[in-house]
Design a protein around this ligand. Structure first.
Ligand code: AP5
Ligand code: MG
Length: 221
């Protein structure tokens, strides 16, 4: 089982890179943000609850988030592992993931931390567009679609996320970075952390991430 946790601030490029890594590693991309957005679209109870937090840029409570993520990891396609994007988001979630994996005789193998300066994060988030059908990610400045307003992959309409509005971006960066620092520390302690420079072309960042995933084993000097 290969479990990779992609770490990074809002807008660092976790979703973009996870789409590349999922093809290279052959394990599914599991994004709690995408799962919550699908639940919001479906109007399910989880979606109705999560939307209140997401729209304002706050974290969704741990009990709902952990239950949803662990259920997803029990699906058959995650038997061989997963690339986690957006989970864990604080120390409590990191501990819950460790125990669930330990029960399966597994652990987080690598936690690459995609580092991007704050000004660049704001620029990326405010120019982001995602496709309505599946959340494929574009950027009007740095990563435009081939045909304006349409997804390259499935042709669906491109829309902006409600939490990419200026106020919500400010809140996300103000309230979520301390929790991210807890998670970075957690994986520094376990030996899984690898820091990767997130500025550069999408392909260059992907190559650095792949190198970080295949370097010396956890716990080695
Ligand atoms: P989530 O969907 O996880 O959002 P996030 O962490 O804020 O991260 P983003 O998706 O905004 O950014 P990203 O790092 O994926 O960057 P992307 O690849 O899109 O969570 C949303 C909300 O759900 C949370 O705020 C919270 O409410 C809730 N939630 C989710 N998980 C939770 C949890 N575990 N606990 C509690 N609540 C939770 O790239 C950004 C832009 O940059 C794109 O436009 C892209 O095209 C562009 N780009 C990417 N790479 C590059 C590059 N190298 N150069 C230039 N541009 C680039
Ligand atoms: Mg994302």
């Amino acid at each position: 089982m290969t479990v990779v946790v992609l770490l990074g601030a809002p807008g660092a490029g976790k979703g973009t890179q996870a789409e590349i890594l999922t093809k290279r590693l052959g394990v599914p991309h599991v994004s709690t943000g995408d799962l919550f957005r699908a639940a919001v679209r479906d109007g399910s109870p989880i979606g109705l609850e999560a939307r209140r937090y997401m729209e304002r840029g706050h974290l969704v409570p741990d009990d709902i988030t952990i239950r949803m993520l662990l259920a997803r990891l029990h699906a058959d396609d995650a038997d061989s592992g997963a690339i986690l994007d957006g989970f864990p988001r604080n120390a409590a979630q990191a501990a819950a993931l460790d125990s669930a994996l330990a029960e399966r005789g597994s652990r987080v193998d690598r936690a690459p931390y995609i580092e991007v300066p704050r000004d660049e994060l704001v620029l990326r988030l405010s120019g982001r567009w995602i496709c309505a059908a599946a959340g494929h990610v574009y950027n009007e400045h740095t990563n435009p679609p081939m045909q304006p307003g349409r997804c390259d992959v499935d042709g669906s309409e491109l829309i902006q996320r409600v939490d990419d509005e200026a106020d919500a971006i400010r809140t996300r960066l103000a309230v979520q970075l301390d929790a991210l620092a807890e998670v970075v520390e957690h994986y520094r302690r376990t030996g899984a952390l690898r820091t990767v420079k997130g500025v550069g072309t999408i392909d260059a960042v992907a190559e650095d991430l792949l190198a970080a995933l295949t370097d010396d084993p956890v716990g080695a000097a």
